[in-house]
Design a protein around this ligand. Sequence first.
Ligand SMILES: [Zn+2]
Length: 80
Amino acid sequence: MTQSNRQARRAWAAVWRKHLKRGTLYHVEVHHDPECAIYMLNGCCNCDPYRVLKDAKGCVLGSVEGLGAWDPLEMAEDLL
Ligand SMILES: [Zn+2]
């Protein structure tokens, strides 16, 4: 994991800590590269998607890029 990747993870976790409230609905948008393997059958993300956290009304709370490939469990890990 590169230095910038670690900084991006910290920045993303900070966005969550700042906004997360129990019982509140959030949307996480993951913007993959059009070439990303996740769009292939049985493919896993191999790009560096741009993550956006939005509240239930669709207002952007924060966004981050440079986190590296997307893992479906990454939010669960950050919140445990
Ligand atoms: Zn991807």
